[in-house]
Design a protein around this ligand. Structure first.
Ligand code: AKG
Length: 334
């Protein structure tokens, strides 16, 4: 049975209107990866927002466009076909239900393993009936290029912070055992939303949360919907830009930097007339990796803000929580 639409509305919340008064409102940090001063701006963006936009990223537009067109084809196919690629436990097609703990969103999605192995028996790929291998190649090309960019960003960050080695963060994504995932989200337009919008309500496409991994790299079509939470608790809408990437700091990077970088709370609101398609690479460490503040970063007597845990433990705890729970709280030292 279909969950009722009321389930998807957000509670009333404070909104930052960045169109009214551009001088007073923060703008999303812009990182030009082709410029030599980007390292400094990157660190600043991770400290202040945990979020930034990347241009001159080096990911070929043709990889992005091919994946977008295949994904659009998939999501416009009949539900019965899409369901053959589900349920998303752990990988596959999902519809409205997010996780196992009662979270819902106005969204359909494909959750894929970001490990680039050939896996033709995977039911997720076999629904691409004409040519399942082709979809997998398109995903592989895209993920390989985006992962490379993510690693470059992590290396610039480590460099600028003067850490023990440039690859302290990026080696976790490069590890063969890296627990990284790739997700394509499709937010169908919701025409009924118009009458609710007039009453100031918002329909939630993807509920507020922080990402548990190290780093997330997002690309969407030109439909708005993504919002980030600012320090004052208000929500700021992120102007979409289909030729750029948006990057956010995950909880694990917050821990490894002992809280210097902030994992940003974000969400997606649905649109009444336009569909939104987004694809996100979540770069995570190997399951056995101990996630703790890096020694080379601690100053003087600085103490760790977190209890020790492995990525396996953190992931398990995140899987068993609600989206909006502050998942790091369990691991904070009091
Ligand atoms: C997620 O999949 O974790 C998201 O935050 C969704 C973001 C988006 O679809 O733009």
């Amino acid at each position: 049975s279909k969950p009722p639409i009321e389930l998807f509305f957000s509670k009333p919340c404070k909104q930052t209107n960045n169109n009214n008064n551009p001088l007073n409102f923060p703008t999303i940090p812009l990182i030009d990866l082709s410029k030599s001063d980007s390292k400094h701006l990157l660190v600043k963006a991770c400290q202040e927002f945990g979020f930034f936009k990347v241009i001159n990223h080096g990911v070929p537009m043709q990889f992005i466009n091919k994946l977008e067109s295949e994904a659009t084809k998939f999501f416009s196919s009949p539900l019965s076909l899409k369901q053959k690629a589900g349920p998303p436990n752990p990988f596959g097609y999902g519809n409205r239900r997010l996780g196992q703990n009662g979270d819902f969103g106005w969204v359909e999605y494909l959750l894929l393993n970001a490990k680039l192995e050939s896996d033709h028996k995977n039911p997720t790929f076999s629904v691409f009936e004409e040519n399942p291998g082709n979809f997998q190649c398109i995903v592989n090309d895209y993920v390989t290029a985006v992962k490379k960019m993510a690693c470059e960003i992590l290396e610039l960050l480590a460099d600028e912070m003067g850490l023990e080695s440039r690859n302290v963060f990026s080696k976790l994504l490069m590890d063969e055992q890296s627990d990284s995932v790739f997700r394509v989200n499709y937010y169908p337009p919701c025409p009924e939303l118009q009458e609710y919008e007039m009453k100031g309500k918002k329909l939630i496409g993807f509920g507020e949360h922080t990402d548990p991994q190290i780093i997330s790299v997002l690309r969407s079509n030109n439909t708005s919907g993504l919002e980030i939470s600012l320090r004052d608790g208000s929500w700021m809408s992120v102007p979409p830009d289909s030729s750029s990437f948006f990057v956010n700091v995950g909880d694990s990077l917050q821990v490894m930097t002992n809280g210097r970088f902030k994992s940003v709370k974000h969400r997606v609101v649905a649109n009444s007339s336009k569909s939104r398609l987004s694809m996100i690479y979540f770069g995570g460490p190997p399951l056995s990796e101990k996630i703790a503040p890096l020694d080379s970063l601690m100053v003087g007597e600085e103490a760790s803000l977190y209890k020790e845990f492995t990525w396996f433990e953190y992931r398990k705890s995140a899987v068993n929580s609600r989206l909006s729970d502050n998942r790091l709280r369990l691991f904070e030292k009091i």
